[in-house]
Design a binder for this molecule. Structure first.
Ligand code: ADP
Ligand code: MG
Length: 327
């Protein structure tokens, strides 16, 4: 099964940032209030994620490292209504097949934490007691140490860390209610407190996208036909690369989608003059049964059941707000 896991790892684990993505999504799912992310050497040497979420009971720890042992889908019917981020149950076994992984977890009801470990060849599934507080810590060391071909494809430490930082900016914009701390090589990169009020949210957007984005943006809050669009659309008048300033979330999940891109671009071109590069942080909320998120394991793509409806809704919502921005 290790070979099966390593093959699956090829799909889920491309580079350090893919590990960070899966682990932080798990912390989101666990109801964490704060997530502490510690990275060494671009994540190649160490990725350590600590959360204060629900934790895993002792008996389930070995299970969490076993293939397709997701606790998040009880039946096939649930697949239709995936509300949580994770649903494949292959992240942890895949990651542990190409690294040295330690999982420490404690539920609120337990009086101590328990630790299990696995690496590409051996699994130590007998839980050992540990003084960890309620919540979960996952340590991933020496990524791809046993798959040299994969390791060769990694870029420099700096590039790999940039991928991680970009990813976490995106994730931080998806969950204002969760605090996030990022540390690289013992240096604090950012520390974001939970942002509940609108002012705090704008502050978080400013610290992640730049003050200039916030200063040149209008907020959107538009609902029709069971769809809701909130967030900010802005004029591209700031220094950071504009390509980086496009964030579109569907039910809190960051996606890249042609239909969405088309609707956004059309609205911008219709209101502002041609050639402007759209910049936005947008959140579309809709009935989960109207969107298929199971299109790819990396989970960046979606398929809308009512594509035309979504497209026209986005276009008209954006059209109204952009009119306020016209210079
Ligand atoms: P999935 O997220 O698709 O269910 P994973 O392999 O990512 O699969 O995780 C396996 C299981 O381990 C999860 O279903 C969950 O029960 C448990 N788990 C993983 N990370 C955490 C965490 N940070 N807090 C609580 N439980 C977790
Ligand atoms: Mg998961």
């Amino acid at each position: 099964t290790q070979l099966v896991n390593q093959i699956a790892a090829g799909e889920v684990v491309e580079r350090p940032s893919s590990v960070v993505k899966e682990l932080v999504e798990n912390s989101f799912d666990a109801g964490a209030g704060h997530i502490h992310i510690e990275i060494e050497q671009g994540g190649i040497r160490l990725i350590k994620i600590r959360d204060d979420g629900c934790g895993i009971v002792k008996d389930d720890l070995p299970l969490a490292l076993s293939r397709h042992a997701t606790s998040k889908i009880a039946s096939l019917q649930d697949l239709e209504q995936v509300a949580s981020m994770g649903f494949r149950g292959e992240a942890l076994p895949s990651i542990s097949s190409v690294s040295r992984l330690t999982l420490i977890s404690r539920t609120a009801a337990s009086d101590c934490a328990w630790r299990v470990a696995a690496d590409g060849s051996e699994q130590d599934f007998a839980p050992q007691p540990d003084p960890h507080p309620p919540g979960t810590t996952i340590e991933v060391r020496d990524l791809f140490y046993n798959t040299p071909a994969r390791r060769k494809f990694l870029k420099t430490e700096k590039t790999e860390f940039n991928h991680i930082e970009t990813l976490l900016q995106r994730m931080a914009l998806s969950r204002f209610d969760i605090g996030l701390t990022l540390v690289h090589n013992q240096k604090e990169i950012f520390k974001l407190k939970p942002a509940l009020s609108e002012a705090q949210q704008i502050q978080r957007v400013a610290s992640l996208c730049g003050q200039a984005f916030v200063d040149n943006a209008v907020s959107i809050d538009f609902a029709a036909a069971g769809l809701q669009l909130t967030g900010w659309v802005g004029l591209p008048t700031f220094s950071r690369s504009q390509q980086d300033m496009q964030f579109f979330y569907v039910n809190r999940r960051l996606i890249k989608d042609k239909l969405v891109a088309h609707a956004v671009k059309q609205a911008y071109q219709d209101v502002l003059f041609h050639g402007r590069h759209p910049v936005f942080v947008l959140y579309l909320t809709l009935d989960p049964t109207l969107v298929d998120v199971n299109a790819h394991p990396a989970k960046l793509e979606v398929r809308f059941r009512e594509g035309r409806l979504v497209h026209d809704f986005l276009f008209s919502a954006l059209h109204r707000s952009l009119a306020d921005l016209r210079p």
